[in-house]
Unconditional design. Structure first.
Length: 164
């Protein structure tokens, strides 16, 4: 009797786990139209910001000003001055200092008005670069708020995993 009860419990647990896993996977893959739009826009803006060295610096800044960053932009990184104009000025100086700057997006996620991007940014093609995570709050198709963390990619790691 107890082995039969154990089998039934195992079957119920297995069915429950299968259903729950299916629901979680479905929720992960079902983005709303707004979440999808916000994610596409954030990826587009990061591409203009980090991967368009063929565009003249002033042109990139204008695209970022007009299409990507809200006039009411809020920055949370403590080493960056607040406001859209201060941020765009920082970008302009980076383009001069690092003309070969590049970025690759490793992971993305979106939920409601938030977008997360996991990036590998390199100042030069031969540099190890840095890993970064940007969190953007989007409003009306523009980035209105930003949080970011980053760390350099080390020459050696204490584990066999990569940062990406």
């Amino acid at each position: 009797m107890s082995s039969g009860l154990t089998s039934i419990k195992s079957l119920v647990f297995g069915v429950f786990t299968f259903i729950l896993a299916g629901e979680l996977n479905a929720k992960e893959s079902e983005r709303t139209a707004l979440e999808e739009s916000n994610l596409r826009k954030a990826v587009y803006c990061m591409d203009v910001l980090e991967n368009q060295p063929d565009l003249e610096s002033a042109h990139r800044i204008e695209i970022l000003r007009n299409e990507c960053y809200s006039e009411n932009f809020i920055e949370h990184a403590p080493n960056i001055k607040g406001g859209r104009d201060a941020l765009l000025s920082l970008f302009a100086s980076r383009y001069k200092k690092y003309p070969e700057l590049s970025m690759s997006i490793k992971r993305t996620a979106s939920e409601r008005d938030l977008v997360w991007l996991h990036l590998h940014v390199k100042h030069t093609p031969d540099s190890l670069g840095g890993a970064g995570i940007h969190i953007f709050r989007m409003k009306e198709g523009k980035i209105i708020e930003h949080w970011g963390v980053g760390q350099p990619v080390p020459k050696e790691s204490k584990n066999n995993n990569t940062m990406f």
